[in-house]
Structure formats: C-alpha cells, structure tokens
Design a protein around this ligand. Sequence first.
Ligand code: UDP
Ligand code: MG
Length: 358
Amino acid sequence: MNHPRPDHSTGDTLPAAGRAPDILRHRQMGGMPRASHGLLSIVIPCHNEEEVIEATHSRLVDVLPATGMDFEIIYIDDGSRDGTLARLEAIASRDNRAEVIELSRNFGQQSAMSAGLARARGDAVVIIDADLQDPPEVIPEMVERWRQGADVAYGRRRSREGETWFKLVTASLFHRFFASLVPYPIPVDTGDFKLLDRAVVDAVCGLPEKRRYLRSLVAWTGFRQVPVWYDRHARSAGETKYSTRKLIRLAIDAVMLSSDTPLRAAWWAAGVLATFGVGCALLACLMPASDGTLVATIGAMIALVGAVQTSAVAIVGEYVVRTYREVQGRPSWVTRRTIHGRADAATDDASRSNSRAA
Ligand code: UDP
Ligand code: MG
C-alpha cells in the first residue's frame, strides 16, 4: 500500500486552553470509531542500544501483525558510539518495513523522537523506547483503544521493575508536581510510550518550537487521551542514559517550557515581604518608644524596599515570559474536527492548528 508522507501545514482551529490544572482528569473518549486497517508507524529513539536492538526488532515484528495494520518501524540513531547503527543497518537491509534515520550526533531523546514523528507516515504512530522496558505486546491494545476513538492511548505504568526506590519516588513526585503546574490536564505515571493519532502527530509536528518536551506537547494539543495500563519491565540489556544530573536538567526544561508558575513565586515573595514590612511598620507606630521601635522601623524599611524590588523583578519577569511564549510560537488553538450544519452532515477531520502565535 502506498502511504504518502504527512503534510504538516497549518489549518483551521478551536480554543484548546483555559481549563484549570488537573492531574488526573481527561476528556472522556467519545470520538468516532476508526477503520481497522491503515498504516501504523513505530518510532524508536536509540542511543547506544547495540545489546538489545535486534531483540526489540524481533519482538516488534512478532507482535505487530496482531494489530491488523500495515506497519513501518522507524529507528532514530541518536549519535550512538557503539555498534547500534551497524545493527540497525543490518535490520534495514533484510526488512523493508524498517527505516533508519541517523542523526549527525547525539541530540537527546526528545529530538530523536521528534525526528521520528516528523518522518512517520502512519495513520497512528507509537513511540516506544528501544530497551524493551515498555513491552511491545501492549501495542495491539493501544491500537484497539485508538480504533474505538481515542486520539492518544498512553501507556500508564502499573508497576516499574528494575528502578531504584529513589527514582520511583522522585519520578512519581515530579509527575504530580508537574501536572499541578501546567494549565492543561497531563497524565501522571506515564513516559513516552504511547500511540498518537495522525491528527495529534500533525499538531505536535506543526509546533515551531525547537526545544521540546514531548510528553507535555502531546497533552498541550488537548486531544482525547486514554490510559492503557501495563507493567514496566527492567531494561533487558544495556544501561540507562539518564544520570541524576541529566534527569534534573530534563525536569527543569519540562517546567520552564510548559509553565509560567515559577515566575509567580516572585509575586508571592513580594507579598510576604510587603506583609512583613507593614506589620513591622504598625508595630513601630503602636509600641512605646524603645530600642524595639528602632528594630521594627529598620525591619519595616528593609522589608518594604525588598517588596518593591521583588515586585519590579516580577513585572520584568511577566514581560519576559510573555515574550518567550510569543517566540515559542504555539498556535492559539487546535481544532479536532469541524461539524458542518448540513443534512448530509459531512465532517472534516481536523488535525491542524492555526499559524498565528499564541
Ligand atoms: N535515548 C536517545 N538519546 C539519548 C538518550 C536516550 O535516543 O540521548 C533513547 C534510548 O536509547 C532509549 C530511550 O531514549 O530508547 C530511553 O532512554 P533510557 O532507557 O536510557 O531512559 P530510562 O528508561 O532509563 O528513563
Ligand atoms: Mg529505558
């Protein structure tokens, strides 16, 4: 079957923002059921995965026919320094459903996944890690949920083998903290293992920002998300590419890219200083003259001057963050579909977002 490359051009739209932060609430499924055939793309970022990549390919080709769809498997070699690329070339030379994108150096997992999404032609696209921590056997269930109308079927971890308690606790806390900071619903206890409908892929690929955190971008598009529960295994070979330092950098990136809330901390600090300053000033006025009056007066002056300076920083921050959001260039809304008011009620599936900056 000939599947054309996607067009990531812009189109028409509907408001998507404006809902309160909520970590677990998602739009209910209610989309139109989808056709049972079509093309399924699998996107796999790979960095130094020579020990596992052959096993990953065999598991995928064993399980994917169960979806009843044609499939393509896109491997993105993200600057591997081991034999990963040679193994991927060998896979591609014997299996024409495999495709390998070799990045010119290590750009990081987020960029590698974005490169794969941009290349994928499927009606649905699954992102999965190379290390078999996310079992490919879950993919048919994701496809089933997609057929029933879900736009995003995300893998939700019931359990995680092979992780330290430190990673489990910090990851769980971070997911909940992050979900409370972003102004749209984002599922917790999920990674990048998920199926995206073509509409979602087009919306995500259409976002012009270069620094990307896909977990949040997918949620930002606001399409219908449903969980598919699974048990996450330990790595079958090799080791994690994320040191604690790298994880902290990723977490900071995720927050800064997606939320203005950290800036609001400056307003809170200004408020606390102002309250303290006014309290000290009242105390200085009301108490009889003594050494304490002098201390309260000095305290009031320091706190009130601090409050004014912190407010000034916060005001500058408000302008900076607005400028940053404009530069980020996200559209003002994303349309899921348009329903025409006609007797023959044709609907246009809409995946595309407007080109105006938010
Ligand atoms: N990965 C990548 N580029 C990187 C780091 C990781 O493409 O710079 C890939 C890696 O090969 C794997 C996925 O991203 O397929 C997740 O990495 P890893 O398993 O090390 O993360 P963890 O599961 O430990 O969070
Ligand atoms: Mg892993």
